[in-house]
Design a protein around this ligand. Structure first.
Ligand SMILES: NC(=O)C1=CN([C@@H]2O[C@H](COP(=O)(O)OP(=O)(O)OC[C@H]3O[C@@H](n4cnc5c(N)ncnc54)[C@H](OP(=O)(O)O)[C@@H]3O)[C@@H](O)[C@H]2O)C=CC1
Ligand SMILES: CC(C)=CCC[C@@H](C)[C@H]1CC=C2C3=C(CC[C@@]21C)[C@@]1(C)CC[C@H](O)C(C)(C)[C@@H]1CC3
Length: 635
C-alpha cells in the first residue's frame, strides 16, 4: 500500500508498509484527553519495580563481567573470582583508568555523531510505521543499510589497500585494546539518553508506551516511558528506531572486524586468520547485513510497535548488542581455535538452516502484515479485526522466527570450541530472552485477541491448507463484480492459469476485461469476498440450447484461492449461480474441466451431482488468423 501523505521537509514521498487492519483503538472523533490516550500501566513485567531495578543494575555489571571474566590478559575463564580477595588498589586503579579512557570516550561520541550524520545525509526512503493509538503513524528514514555499506566500504578500503593495510589493522585493533573504555563510553551515552527521553516525556504530551507508564520511576525508566521519542528540534528523527539498528548493530560489526585484525596481527597476517574466525565473521555479518537490509521489517516488531524507549532498549542497543554479541569474535582473537573442514561445513550448514527458518518466517509475517502476501497463506480473522496466519511457518509453531534465531545462536558459538563454557553465554542468554519475549508476547496477544489467540495455537503441525473451520463461511459475501475489481479478477484468472499449468496463456488486459465484461457485457462475474479481500470468482455468460429452446448458463471460470479451499466457498459460488440460472430461466448450467483435475471432477460429480459429458469433444479456432480462415469460405 503506497500513500501520498505529507513527507518530511525536502522529501517527496512516504511509503506505507503496514496493513490498515492494525488499528487497535478506534479513532475518536473528538480529541481524547492525554489521560485517556495514556492509561496507567500495571508494573507487572520483570517481576515489578524490584525486578526492573535489579536488572537495571545487573545488566551493565554483567557486560563488564563478561569482559573481566574472559579476556586476553587473564584468560577465559579468568581466575578473577579467586583473585577477588587479593585485589589491591593498583588493580582497581588500572581497571578504572581503562574504563575512563578519554580517547575511547571521544571516539565513541564521534561514532554516534557519525551515525546521526549518515542518517541525515545518506539517501533513504521515508516509510510509515504501524498505526499508533492516536491514529497517527510515525515516519522513518530507511537508510541503515546504506550506512552499513559506507562504513564497511571505508574499513575494507583501508584493509585491502596494501599501502594502508597494516595501518588499518592497527587502527582497528586499537578498538580491541580499548574495549573497556569504549564499553564505558557506550554505557554513559545509553544512560544519558535514557534519562533524557524519560525526562522529556513529561514535558511534551507525547504518546507513552502502554507498558511504561506505571508511575514508578524505577520500573518506567527500565521499561521505557515514551513510545516514540524524538529530539525537540528534529521531529522526524525517531530515537528508538535509530538506536535499534545503527549505532549498536553496526558497531558490533566494526568490533568483529577489530577482532579479526587483532587475530591477524597476532598470527602474522590476514591470510593466517583461522577458519573459525572467518566463520564467526561470516555468520555475524549475514545477521547484521540481513537486519539492516530488512530495516522496514523492524517496524512491525514488538520493540517498535509496543515497547517504550527506556534503559532496557537504550542500553540493550548501544552496549549489550555490540559488546556482548561480539564475544565469540573477541575470544577467537586471543584464543584461535582450529576447525577441521567437516567442522566448518557442519557449522555453516547449521547456520544456513537457522537463517532460512528465521528469514522465511519473518518475511511471511512481514509480507502478510504489509498486505503483500504472495504465498496466499491461510489465516483466521479475529474479533479485533486483525488476522493471524495459520499456515506456512506460523502454522507450525507459535514463534518459528525465534527457533531459527536460536539455531543460529548455536552456530555462532560452536566455532569457539569446547574449552570454556563462557563463549556459550549467547546461547543461554538468548534462550532466556526469547522465552521471556514469548511469554510477554503471549500475554500481549491474549489481551489483543482474547479467545482467538488460543484458537490459533496451531503448534501441532497441520498440513496447509487445512483449517476450513477457522474461516466462517457466514463471513463470506458473494457479490457481482464491478470495474474496481478488475485487478482482482485478473489476478484470479492468472492464478487459475498457473493452476491449469498454462501460466503464459493469459493475454487478457484490464482494458479488455473492462470493455468486454463491464461495457459490452459479454460475460458477468461474481466475486467471493472476505471483508475487502477477494478470495474466489465465478465468471459466466449465457448460451442457448435449441433442444431446450432455453438459454443456458455457461461457467467459464470458477476459482477459489488455494488457502481458502475446502471451506465451502466453491459451493457458495455455485449456490449463487444456481439462483441466477433460475431467475433467468436457464435450462442448464455447464462448464468444462481439465481431465487431470481429479479433485474438481470429484467435487462436481459427488457434491453437486453434475453429469460428465464424455461423448462431447471440445473444438476450437483461436486468434485472428484461425478465425479469419473461415472468411475464405465466403470468397
Ligand atoms: N538477536 C536478538 O537479540 C533478538 C532478535 N530478535 C528477533 O527479532 C525478530 C522479531 O521478534 P519479536 O518482535 O520479538 O517477535 P515477532 O516478530 O514474532 O512478533 C510478535 C508479533 O507478531 C504477531 N504475530 C504473532 N503470531 C502471529 C500470526 N500467527 N500471524 C500474524 N501475526 C502474528 C503479533 O503481533 P500483531 O498481531 O500485533 O502483528 C505478535 O505480537 C525475531 O526473529 C527474533 O528472533 C528479537 C529479540 C532479540
Ligand atoms: C539484556 C538486555 C539489556 C536486553 C535488551 C534487549 C535487546 C538487546 C534486544 C531487544 C530486541 C532486540 C532486537 C534486536 C537486537 C537485540 C534487541 C535490541 C534485533 C535488532 C537483532 C537483529 C534482528 O534481525 C532484528 C532486527 C529482528 C532484531 C529486532 C529486535
Amino acid at each position: 500500500m503506497v500513500s501520498s501523505r505529507p513527507a518530511p521537509p525536502g522529501h517527496k514521498t512516504v511509503t506505507t508498509v503496514t496493513a490498515s487492519t492494525r488499528i487497535d483503538i478506534p479513532l475518536h472523533p473528538a480529541k481524547p484527553s492525554y489521560e485517556t490516550m495514556n492509561p496507567r500501566s500495571a508494573a507487572v513485567e520483570f517481576m515489578g519495580p524490584l525486578g526492573a531495578g535489579a536488572i537495571t543494575l545487573t545488566t551493565p555489571l554483567f557486560a563488564y563481567l563478561l569482559y573481566v571474566g574472559c579476556n586476553e590478559r587473564l584468560g577465559c575463564p579468568s581466575p578473577f573470582a579467586e583473585r577477588l580477595y587479593t585485589v589491591d588498589a593498583n588493580d582497581v586503579a588500572e581497571l578504572v583508568t581503562r574504563m575512563l579512557d578519554w580517547k575511547a570516550h571521544a571516539i565513541y561520541v564521534a561514532w554516534y555523531a557519525y551515525m546521526v550524520l549518515c542518517w541525515r545525509v545518506l539517501p533513504g526512503a521515508w516509510v510509515e510505521g504501524t498505526v499508533l493509538r492516536n491514529g497517527k503513524k510515525q515516519v522513518y528514514k530507511i537508510n541503515a543499510f546504506a550506512t552499513l555499506l559506507l562504513t564497511t566500504g571505508l574499513i575494507l578500503g583501508l584493509l585491502i589497500n596494501p599501502a594502508t593495510s597494516s595501518k588499518g589493522q592497527e587502527l582497528l585493533s586499537w578498538m580491541y585494546d580499548r574495549w573497556l573504555g569504549l564499553l564505558t563510553a557506550a554505557f554513559v551515552v545509553s544512560l544519558l539518553q535514557a534519562i533524557a527521553v524519560y525526562a522529556q516525556s513529561f514535558t511534551t504530551g507525547e504518546l507513552l508506551a502502554l507498558g511504561g507508564n506505571s508511575g514508578n520511576f524505577v520500573y518506567d525508566f527500565w521499561m521505557g516511558r515514551p513510545l516514540n521519542p524524538t529530539p525537540p528540534s528534529a521531529p522526524y528523527f525517531d530515537i528508538k528506531q535509530f538506536n535499534e539498528l545503527r549505532p549498536g548493530m553496526i558497531l558490533w560489526w566494526v568490533l568483529d572486524l577489530a577482532c579479526l585484525c587483532e587475530q591477524s596481527i597476532r598470527l602474522g597476517g590476514l591470510y593466517r586468520v583461522t577458519a573459525s574466525m572467518w566463520c564467526v565473521l561470516l555468520m555475524h555479518g549475514v545477521y547484521i547485513f540481513d537486519a539492516l537490509w530488512n530495516e522496514t521489517s523492524v517496524l512491525t516488531t514488538m520493540d517498535i510497535t509496543t515497547d517504550g524507549f527506556g534503559f532496557m532498549l537504550s542500553f540493550g542497543d548501544l552496549v549489550w548488542v555490540p559488546f556482548t554479541y561480539s564475544l565469540q569474535a573477541r575470544y577467537l582473537a586471543f584464543h584461535p581455535t582450529f576447525l577441521g573442514r567437516n567442522g566448518t561445513l557442519a557449522i555453516l550448514a547449521l547456520e544456513a538452516v537457522g537463517y532460512y527458518i528465521f528469514r522465511v518466517s519473518n518475511k511471511e509475517k512481514n509480507d502478510f502484515r504489509s498486505g503483500k502476501d504472495k504465498k496466499n497463506l491461510s489465516f483466521m480473522k479475529t474479533k479485533s479485526g486483525s488476522r493471524l496466519i495459520t499456515s506456512g511457518w506460523w502454522g507450525r509453531s507459535r514463534h518459528p522466527n525465534y527457533m531459527g534465531d536460536w539455531i543460529m545462536a548455536w552456530a555462532w558459538c560452536l566455532p569457539t570450541g569446547f574449552s570454556t563454557p563462557i563463549t556459550y553465554f549467547y546461547v543461554v542468554y538468548f534462550a532466556i530472552l526469547l522465552l521471556h519475549r514469548q511469554m510477554r508476547d503471549d500475554h500481549a496477544c491474549t489481551e489483543k485477541y482474547g479467545e482467538d489467540w488460543k484458537e490459533s495455537d496451531l503448534t501441532i503441525p497441520v498440513p496447509a491448507p487445512a483449517h476450513p473451520s477457522i474461516m466462517s463461511i457466514d463471513e463470506i459475501q458473494v457479490v457481482p463484480a464491478t470495474e474496481q475489481d478488475i485487478p482482482d479478477i485478473l489476478r484470479l484468472i492468472q492464478e487459475l492459469a498457473v493452476y491449469e499449468k498454462e501460466p503464459d496463456a493469459v493475454t487478457a488486459t484490464p482494458e479488455l476485461i473492462k470493455e468486454n465484461v463491464f461495457e459490452k457485457k459479454y460475460a458477468e462475474c461474481l466475486l467471493a469476498k472476505d471483508g475487502a479481500e477477494v478470495i474466489g470468482m465465478a465468471l459466466y455468460f449465457f448460451s442457448f440450447s435449441t433442444w431446450l429452446g432455453q438459454p443456458g448458463l455457461y461457467l467459464e471460470d470458477l476459482y477459489v484461492s488455494p488457502s481458502r479451499r475446502n471451506a465451502g466457498v466453491g459451493k457458495l459460488l455455485f449456490g449463487h449461480l444456481g439462483r441466477i440460472a433460475k431467475q433467468r430461466k436457464c435450462g442448464r448450467i455447464e462448464w468444462r474441466v481439465l481431465t487431470w483435475n481429479e479433485p474438481s471432477i470429484a467435487f462436481y460429480e459427488k457434491r453437486l451431482g453434475a453429469h460428465p459429458q464424455n461423448e462431447w469433444l471440445g473444438e476450437r479456432l483461436e486468434g485472428d488468423e484461425e478465425i479469419g480462415r473461415l472468411e475464405e469460405f465466403l470468397q
